[in-house]
Design a protein around this ligand. Structure first.
Ligand SMILES: CC(C)(COP(=O)(O)OP(=O)(O)OC[C@H]1O[C@@H](n2cnc3c(N)ncnc32)[C@H](O)[C@@H]1OP(=O)(O)O)[C@@H](O)C(=O)NCCC(=O)NCCS
Length: 180
């Protein structure tokens, strides 16, 4: 679980020092606007955000992967999270797939950071983790998230309902290297 960077971002595993940032993220109604049935619990206290981080850290141990913190390289500010999660429950008739996700505090929106983080994780998943397939799903009305998924090259699939939310499925398979 080696940290990695993009032009503007530092990507690293979450730790308990991120709890205040996670609390700010998950108590902002704008962040959860399209996460109703699919975004997980909303924290009532810092302890709840610490519990969420511990839950994600347990996934690091069990699965070798999970959502990671995203920090602004220039200042070290916590911006939110992004990354790949092994989903073992059934979603859209599928299970045991790697789900690409991202969630940022609103003051960081609209500057290309979501795209930068999503693309970095897609590449990391295929090139370093050697995953055969990367999936994602978003509320059908979540235009920003859907634009990111399409811009990084995931193909849209079917619509389905998850947790009462109408979602669209996306996926990409390992790019086939050119034959020589
Ligand atoms: C979705 C989210 C990650 C977008 O992050 P962002 O950093 O603002 O996105 P970017 O600046 O990288 O924008 C990427 C593209 O999406 C477009 N976009 C971003 N937000 C948009 C919106 N609300 N409506 C329409 N398009 C939007 C941008 O214009 C850009 O497209 P372009 O390159 O063609 O101009 C951010 O809004 C967020 O954290 N939302 C809350 C959590 C969430 O919904 N996560 C996804 C769950 S599936």
């Amino acid at each position: 679980m080696q940290d990695f960077t993009t032009e503007r971002l530092l990507l690293r595993p979450l730790h308990l020092g991120d709890a205040a940032g996670m609390f700010e993220l998950d108590t902002d109604p704008a962040v959860h606007r399209y996460l109703g049935g699919i975004g997980g619990p909303r924290p009532a206290s810092l302890a709840d955000s610490e519990a969420t981080i511990r839950f994600i850290q347990a996934q690091y141990v069990a699965n070798g992967i999970g959502r990671w913190a995203v920090l602004l390289r220039s200042t070290g500010e916590f911006m939110g999270w992004a990354g790949l999660k092994l989903v073992t429950d059934q979603v859209n008739g599928q299970r045991d797939f790697y789900d690409l996700g991202y969630r940022f505090i609103p003051r960081y929106w609209g500057q290309g950071y979501g795209y930068e983080a999503a693309l970095a994780w897609l590449k990391h998943g295929f090139e370093n983790l050697k995953l055969p397939r990367i999936c994602a799903y978003a509320d059908a009305n979540n235009a920003g998230s859907r634009r990111i998924l399409e811009k990084i090259g995931l193909q849209p699939g079917n619509e389905f309902v998850e947790g009462g939310t109408r979602c669209v499925w996306y996926e990409a398979v390992t790019p086939i290297p050119p034959l020589s």
